[in-house]
Design a protein around this ligand. Sequence first.
Ligand code: AKG
Ligand code: FE2
Length: 344
Amino acid sequence: MADIDTIAIAPLFGPPSPARDQTDLRIMAAASGVGFMAIRDFPGDDRLTPQNRARLLAIFALPETEKEKLLRWNFDRTKQNVYRGWFPLQPTAVSYKEGIDMGPDIADARTAPIGFDASDPLCEPTPLPLESALPGWRQAAAGYYKAMETVGNALLRSVARGLGLAETIFDADFEGGISTLRLIRYPLRDASSGVDLSGPDFSVLHKGETRTIIGREHADSGFVTLLAQDGVEGLQARTLAGEWIDVPPADNTLAVNFGQLLERWTAGRMRATRHRVIAPKQTRFSIPFFYEPRVDAEIAPLPLEGADPFEPFLYGDYLWDTATKFVEMSGVRHLREPRRAKAS
Ligand SMILES: O=C(O)CCC(=O)C(=O)O
Ligand SMILES: [Fe+2]
């Protein structure tokens, strides 16, 4: 049975060394094999203590009226924001979760970072709770965002080296990136919500026990996802052989999976692994960080031997196409036109 490797990645933050080469190899093996790994031992890993996670997750304790102020347009037509902000529980959806999506503006007060386009919903500002409602929360979220960007950068270079490419090959595309920090709460599903939970969409057998699905099977769309689980199990990854394996939570550790963009970019050398969440016996929280390029990055074939060429595309166009298929983004697809017309 495939296992998920836990890799101490400190060597990635130092000069070239045999230990760094070894780390690159392990990351490459995880990315091209099961497509999941766990990482620990990196700058900012102290942000992943139970106490520091709790500071970010305190947003869920806000009164409903405060959370409603952060809703997106598809859930509240009086709002302007369509991409960033709050998504509420959708009782009849397979994914039973609520939360918030936050962009780079939470960590960088500059109004026009590189690649920024004010007319693009993918660059819109994040609606945030008032400082007085949650003192210190904004600062904690900004610090967390920056720490994850640093980890993402280090993985980016490791992936480049692992592919045998110049380690800086991706750098320019990620300067001014539009990564998303998401906070998720999965409450216990209300049995009286009118959904028949017995169907195969909604429940699976796990170690002889029937478990409800609360996070629908999917692959992430971006480059790499850095996921902090809050001590409660439930996350599962699908192996190449098609079996589901548990991705257990661990303090000061991030579960890492690779996204569809990376899979496409590397002609399948790195795997965008499908994953899902099955319901634990208590409320579950998680903190994914989707590490992403800038909105106007042109994704073009890499100089990889034997890789099939593809038509270059703009990251923003690809992201909109992919992201608007997720249930929390339903109904917004028509609000953004591709920035580059497809060659016909
Ligand atoms: O909650 C989790 O552990 C997984 C979340 C996830 O897969 C996602 O938000 O893309
Ligand atoms: Fe995911």
